[in-house]
Design a protein. Structure first.
Length: 338
């Protein structure tokens, strides 16, 4: 797999990033209950992904109860001795038994806990899972900057930020001479394109690499859900009924029809087309996909090499188009962009 730069940083990552949110069988206290996979399957997925060239992996302290996902990844590092070959991303910010938030105190504590669970001395990309309006951005950045200087963290990234806060953060880094975010992890897929309004232009201007999460809409864009049919047993959207009712909307079925049409022309699958569409977006560095079985992983891997032509992209863009609204419609009409 051809490596790509993560934004304007010197870090090189594979176009597909392995999402570890499903690793480990979480108990009923976790939002991941019944939608993950056991340790053995998780280890097999990690081994196969790395063998296929997927060297960029993403986890978080909060995936599975009490750091379960990080522990499963750490056990794989220990058993395989392959830590060096992986660009490892994790996150802090949501509630853990020892605290939450983006204060200096919690960031330093969270980093120590993650390092221990992951059985490693360093994190390649340490990300704030969501902005924290209760903490000054400068405090968060100074704590992250310290971790970089201590060698515990190599690069820092942001996830789930409002665009204004992200720009504020990037300017704070610049004006105070602190480490800056090099990556932006946001929900981005054919079904969720809202960040194209503000975040994509910010990423372009400031050299952030976008790393989309839930690129398959949690499984919807694989084509295994069909209008009027019950969700496949054991699938995520069979478990997350409220999410299923939210995505069961005419535009999403229209998007899926376009994905199916492109897939048929390309001799590809719906998952591969949905992932490849994101990989054709210039600001996207790597796509964080989920796979809960080896079969799903194998199906998703060829997306990294799938080339879509202008007609394919037009069909997918038009089916998933979103209303511009003011001021973007005004700016677009006069300048063709914003
Ligand atoms: N920063 C954030 O706030 C945030 C939030 C969410 C996720 N993430 C990151 O993004 C990663 C991916 O998120 P996601 O799991 O929601 O991504 P996704 O790729 O949209 O969905 C993955 C799920 O879709 C189904 N699936 C995947 N490939 C399939 C295939 N070929 N055929 C049939 N079904 C298939 C599986 O679920 P079932 O088999 O259960 O149906 C799988 O668990 C996570 O692991 C995490 O690292 C970040």
């Amino acid at each position: 797999m051809q490596l790509r730069a993560l934004g304007r940083s010197g870090l090189k990552v594979s176009p597909l990033c392995l999402g570890a949110m499903t690793f480990g069988e979480a108990d009923a206290s976790s939002f991941m209950h019944k939608v993950g996979c056991d340790d053995q399957t998780s280890h097999a997925i990690m081994s196969r992904a790395l063998e296929a060239g997927v060297q960029f992996w993403d986890t978080a302290d909060v995936y599975g109860q009490d750091g379960l996902s990080e522990r499963v990844v750490g056990e794989w590092f220990k058993a395989s001795g392959q830590r060096d070959r992986v660009v490892l991303a994790t996150k802090f910010r949501f509630v853990m038994p020892y605290g939450k938030g983006a204060s200096r105190a919690h960031i330093i504590r969270a980093c120590e806990h993650s390092l221990r669970r992951l059985q490693t001395d360093w994190i390649d990309l340490f990300q704030i899972h969501m902005q924290d309006l209760d903490v000054p951005e400068e405090e968060t950045l100074r704590a992250l900057d310290d971790l970089v200087h201590q060698g515990k963290v190599r690069y820092i990234g942001a996830s789930n930020y409002a665009a204004w806060r992200l720009v504020d953060s990037l300017w704070t880094s610049r004006s105070q001479g602190l480490e800056r975010f090099v990556a932006l992890q946001m929900q981005y897929s054919l079904m969720e394109r809202n960040l194209e309004k503000e975040h994509v232009p910010v990423a372009r201007e400031f050299g952030l690499g976008i790393i989309p999460w839930s690129p398959l809409g949690g499984g919807f864009l694989t084509g295994k859900y069909r209008p009027g049919a019950p969700p496949p047993e054991g699938s995520r959207l069979a478990e997350w009924k409220d999410r299923l009712s939210r995505v069961d909307a005419p535009q999403n079925w229209q998007i899926l029809a376009a994905v199916d049409a492109v897939a048929a022309r390309r001799g590809a699958t719906a998952s591969q087309v949905s992932l490849a569409w994101l990989l054709h977006k210039p600001q996207v560095s790597s796509v964080i996909f989920g796979a809960r079985s080896l079969a799903q992983l194998e199906e998703n891997l060829p997306a990294a090499e799938l080339v879509l032509d202008a007609a394919d992209l037009k069909e997918l863009d038009e089916a998933s188009a979103w209303p511009l609204h003011y001021p973007y419609d005004f700016l677009h009409r006069i300048q063709g962009r914003w």
